[in-house]
Write a protein that binds this ligand. Structure first.
Ligand code: CUA
Length: 156
């Protein structure tokens, strides 16, 4: 097969760009330590959420100076516990699981946005430096009252 010289040039530019993009992606992934969730650490029997510690007692508790742990259960259509309150400047470590279907866990105007999948424990942390009422909403369609699924974190 005969190829024009310019075709060869463009083809090699295309192939090398692809190689560069894949290389960047690989370096970034390993550099940031990205990995799939650890199945052993973050697993829970979704049919036994209400009997499995710590999710048998959903609560927000202080675990250090300005640090709180929020153990939460997402269900159709709400979150436990609700509402929650922490002082300004608190770091909150959210541990969330679902007792039924896939839900979302998003706090608008923060970087908190995780999927809550039955059988898995989603963890995300955020430091709340500004007082206010933070809405926690579900952003995964989960049923007829999906848009009613929310709770509030009061920071004051
Ligand atoms: Cu839960 Cu939408």
């Amino acid at each position: 097969m005969h190829m024009h010289r310019l075709e060869k040039v463009w083809l090699s530019i295309g192939v090398s760009m692809l190689a560069v993009f894949l290389l960047i992606l690989g370096v970034m992934t390993f550099g940031q330590g990205m990995a799939p969730p650890n199945k052993h650490v973050n697993h829970i029997d979704p049919t036994k959420v209400s009997e499995t510690a710590p999710f048998d007692q959903p609560q927000i508790k202080q675990i250090g100076d300005n640090e709180y742990e929020a153990v939460m259960v997402a269900y159709a259509f709400g979150y436990d516990p609700t509402p929650m309150e922490v002082p300004v400047g608190s770091k909150v470590n959210f541990k969330v699981t679902s007792s039924d279907v896939v839900h979302g866990f998003q706090i608008p105007k923060t970087n908190v946005n995780v999927m809550v999948t039955p059988g898995e424990i989603s963890e995300v942390s955020h430091t709340f430096d500004k007082p206010g009422e933070y809405l926690i909403i579900c952003n995964e369609y989960c049923g007829i009252s999906h848009e009613m699924m929310k709770t509030t974190l009061v920071v004051k």
